[in-house]
Design a protein around this ligand. Structure first.
Ligand code: SF4
Length: 479
């Protein structure tokens, strides 16, 4: 999971792209980068949080009214500065891209790029392969004279990508002398929203993984880049768009469970409302299954589960309490690299509140249980602080399978539900009751209302049904 953005404006975009990486920081804390274009490309990227990478001085050098940005999520294995996005190539035109997702037929595509097309790959990043495929396809079509002709060339090139490239990819790209290009894979697995702004009678455009920066930048939400859609904005601000293929729309359900910020609206479904409904459905299941077990207090495992815990507590008519204080200056544990760091960080991050926990029957609501280690530590902390009984509910069903579409849960061995039954997980967590959300109830929570066009969300990590051939996967995940 990463965060991407692309802006075409009638004023300088550097500061707005910086604000975008700040508002997408939760999607990737490993590295950040911005590329802009005026008469040539300008770039700045580096390791770390956006406010460590960018300064007033280096932002001033990012000239131009069009640009793209990237927040990077930690990868498996190796990592080099060259893999920080956006990545670019000088032939043809000069093309830079930022990518969120993961390509599942990487090896096959590397063969094509390096052996058939004789291009050199500088990294093991799947984004670099995607860049070269786009460059190759554009290179085949000669020199366009007009924006209309260039859009035709793009349609041919991106259609070819849709045929060749499997997996998940939402993309923003800059093409020297041409403008901004945006496209989303035919299943729409990773999100990509769009917004518009009036700028003294002219239109500015933004495309990003979430709409979390729209309000502060003055953009109006204008829906989504559709699955299989290509959008091109030329240097004069003329927008061209075409849905090149129409397949089933299968956006990632985990965006609603965990990844996205609660104020985001993705695929025309509000994340906050979907989380409220997750808590509601889970509460109905709790009351049906355990009508005689009534906790004294409902505590969220902060902070993604806050929303679901709020509606859960409301439905079962039990007091909601922030009995675990979260230190806001520690990063989200799930996306920190390495198990040791994750283990160390939980006690730095959470502080139980004695008055809320001691001598009480505590029900903890979590958004999901992925590896199980964080959940177990939370339970231990709550017991250390004198809870009489501990119940644990998960707003997400058991996560049993790896994700091949851009999320760091690579093997079943690392997933607690990948190799343990619910009863065994209950023992491992040392809880008195454990309840998971049912898959149907989760889907209902996400798709219940709204004018959305989701056919069925991707739930491969829950049900093992991979919406595009997910089993062949590039080892060095780059999302
Ligand atoms: Fe999202 Fe899971 Fe599908 Fe990966 S497998 S895209 S995490 S729903």
């Amino acid at each position: 999971m990463c965060g991407i953005a692309g802006i075409y404006s009638h004023k300088s975009v550097a500061n707005e792209l910086y604000e975008s990486v700040i508002h997408l920081q939760h999607r990737g804390q490993d590295a950040a980068g911005i590329m802009t274009y005026d008469t040539r490309m300008h770039k700045h990227k580096g390791l770390g949080l956006a406010n460590e990478v960018f300064t007033e001085d280096n932002l001033q050098l990012l000239l131009g009214n069009v640009g793209i940005s990237h927040n990077r999520y930690p990868t498996h294995g190796g990592f080099s500065h060259g893999e920080i996005q956006p990545v670019w190539t000088s032939v043809p035109y000069g093309i830079a891209i930022a990518h969120n997702g993961q390509i599942t037929n990487y090896d096959e595509l590397v063969e094509e790029v390096t052996k058939k097309e004789k291009r050199y790959l500088n990294t093991t990043s799947d984004t670099e392969v995607l860049l070269h495929i786009l460059a190759n396809e554009l290179d085949k079509n000669g020199v366009p004279n007009t924006s209309e002709e260039f859009f035709d060339h793009l349609c041919v090139a991106v259609s070819s990508i849709f045929k060749k490239v499997n997996g998940a990819y939402s993309v923003t790209a800059l093409v020297v002398g041409k403008g901004l290009v945006v496209f989303r894979d035919p299943r729409g697995i990773r999100p990509l929203v769009r917004g518009e702004r009036d700028n003294n009678g002219k239109k500015d455009y933004i495309f990003s993984s979430e709409n979390t920066m729209f309000y502060s930048l003055g953009y109006e939400p204008k829906g989504n880049v559709l699955p299989g859609e290509l959008i091109y904005i030329d240097n004069e601000g003329k927008l061209f768009s075409k849905r090149l293929v129409k397949e089933e729309f299968n956006p990632c359900i985990f965006e609603y469970v965990y990844f996205s910020r609660p104020d985001a609206v993705l695929n025309d479904v509000g994340v906050y409302r979907s989380r409220l409904r997750m808590g509601q459905n889970l509460a109905y299941a709790w009351m049906k299954k355990y009508p005689y077990i009534v906790p004294d207090i409902v505590i969220p495992a902060p902070s993604t589960a806050n929303t679901a815990a709020l509606s859960f507590a409301h439905e079962i008519d039990v007091r909601y309490s922030e009995g675990l204080y979260k230190n806001p200056f520690v990063g989200r544990t799930f996306i920190m690299p390495g198990q040791d760091e994750r283990k160390k960080s939980i006690k730095h991050k959470l502080v139980p509140q004695d008055t809320e926990i001691r001598d009480k029957k505590v029900l903890i609501v979590d958004d999901s249980i992925v590896r199980g280690n964080t959940s177990r530590e939370i339970v231990r902390m709550v017991r250390d602080f004198g809870a009489k009984e501990v119940y644990f509910v998960s707003a997400c069903p058991p996560v049993k399978h790896p994700c091949y579409y851009g999320v760091d849960m690579p093997t079943s061995d690392e997933l607690i539900a990948g190799n343990k039954k619910v009863e065994d997980i209950k023992k491992y967590l040392e809880v008195d009751v454990l309840l998971y959300q049912e898959i149907d109830d989760l889907v209902e929570a996400v798709t219940r209302i709204g004018d959305h066009h989701i056919d069925s969300p991707c739930m491969a990590c829950l049900d093992g049904h991979y919406v595009v051939n997910g089993r062949k996967v590039h080892e060095m995940v780059n999302v």
